[in-house]
Write a protein that binds this ligand. Structure first.
Ligand code: CIR
Length: 428
């Protein structure tokens, strides 16, 4: 077990950048990546339709190369029309469910084939006649059949995969580990209290503890990006509650305490500057605090607490539905947030204090810890955990399980029902 620095001395060394220094990052809005995903998924299906149709004729005609000169132009045009039509339908959500994808694929394929065939025939100098009409319709089950089938099935199977791969591809951030932090407000001592009696908060000591906390993140290889200060928003230092990250999706929350609703604006400004991040939000009447969201692999446990309501959980479930995460709602009646009762080790084991957890059997692997303050664990890497200095027995327990455990004194924040997890948000 390692304690990086005495609580009243920020753990900085000469080579370490000041932890509170905000980093300005090159803007790369999430809408650009979504647009790319839309175009790539539509283009992939258009190209598939072209390739499948030309290949089918090539094989069906005894590998005759003439097929290319005769039909490549027609199917290239059909593929282009299909790409344009699918780009529109994918942009408005055709890939959300399999039946929408199938319907839009079929519609785009038929329309593209009709347009391309009409254009191809008109280009030969023939006029618009009833015969042309019958030929074009008939082509759907002859000349264009393979194209129509390939585009329909491509939109069903290939497009969602291409869309997700492009949208979730984040090369820049893989090498960087970013944590958002927010300097304590001037009126920190007025923060909300739900389960604790109010006790005096030493603002200067809180600032030192916060500096020290940030310094540990930096020393462990995390870039701290500082959200603009909100001196009048007492609980703004607990930045975890304002945003949750899911593989490049930042979900801005809808705080359950009225006094905290103003925190979102500043957090949104910072998130907009992060590379490769798409933004979504929980809207009223839904409420959801980030402290109620615990990710364990692809499972997202969400606490139904005094801060997070059923509508907030429903909205999060909907946002994550097509992203491969399963939302599991968990009753929370004995603690402020789900993560005031349980967090997770890097191997997925959920650690929690039995007195604070309503339903421990909801977690596949649950490890009880001896101290209430020991439930909060920040996984700084697969091997390193950050914990509160108020839970030495739990730190020893986890150290004995092979983890390198760092501890920081966050006593002033604990007086306000804060913990190590809520003082930062890791961009993941
Ligand atoms: C509040 O009641 O909202 C703050 N005083 C404490 C928030 C702590 N956040 C968290 O556990 N995620």
């Amino acid at each position: 077990m390692t304690s990086p620095a005495p609580s009243d001395q920020p753990a900085r060394d000469a080579d370490t950048p000041a932890p509170t220094e905000a980093r300005r990052l090159a803007p790369r809005p999430g809408t650009t990546r979504t647009l790319l995903a839309v175009l790539a998924s539509a283009g992939a299906v258009g190209a598939l339709g072209f390739a499948a149709a030309v290949l089918a004729f090539f094989i069906g005609n005894g590998h005759s190369p003439e097929v290319f000169s005769q039909l490549a132009g027609h199917f290239a045009l059909a593929g282009l029309f299909a790409t344009m039509l699918l780009a529109v339908s994918n942009a408005v959500g055709a890939l959300r469910t399999w039946f929408l994808a199938l319907i839009s694929g079929l519609a785009a394929a038929v329309l593209a084939a009709i347009l391309a065939t009409t254009a191809t025939v008109l280009a030969t100098g023939r006029g618009v006649t009833g015969e042309l009409f019958l030929f074009v319709i008939g082509s759907l089950v002859s000349l264009n059949l393979v194209f129509v089938l390939a585009v329909s099935l491509g939109e069903l199977w290939l497009a969602p995969r291409v869309y997700r791969a492009v949208r979730d591809h984040r090369p820049a951030r893989r090498e960087r580990r970013i944590a958002l932090v927010r300097i304590p407000a001037s009126n920190l001592a007025d923060g909300e209290l739900t389960h604790l009696e109010r006790t005096p908060v030493d603002a200067a000591r809180a600032d030192e503890q916060w500096d020290n906390y940030c310094a540990v993140l930096v020393a462990e290889g995390w870039e701290t990006v500082e959200v603009d200060a909100a001196p009048e928003l007492a609980d703004s230092v607990f930045v975890e509650d304002a945003v949750v990250f899911f593989d490049g999706l930042a979900v801005l929350t809808s705080p359950g305490a009225d006094s905290r609703r103003g925190e979102i604006e500043g957090v949104e400004r910072t998130v907009r500057d992060l590379p490769g991040v798409e933004i979504a939000r929980i809207e009223l009447p839904g409420t959801l605090d980030g402290g109620d969201v615990l990710k364990v692999g692809r499972t997202v446990y969400v606490g139904a607490s005094s801060r997070t309501n059923a509508e907030g959980i429903r909205q999060l479930r909907e946002l994550l539905a097509d992203r491969g995460h399963t939302v599991v709602a968990v009753p929370v009646t004995r603690a402020l947030h789900l993560k005031s009762a349980v967090t997770a080790l890097p191997d997925g084991t959920v650690v929690g204090h039995p007195e604070l957890v309503d339903a421990p059997t909801l977690f596949p692997r649950f490890l009880p810890v001896p101290e209430r303050e020991g439930v909060a664990v920040v996984a700084l890497s697969d091997e390193t955990l950050l914990m509160s200095a108020s839970a030495p027995e739990t730190a020893r327990l986890l150290s004995g399980l092979g983890y390198r455990v760092l501890t920081v004194d966050i006593g002033e924040f604990e007086k306000l029902e804060g913990c190590v997890t809520c003082l930062s948000v890791r961009v993941r």
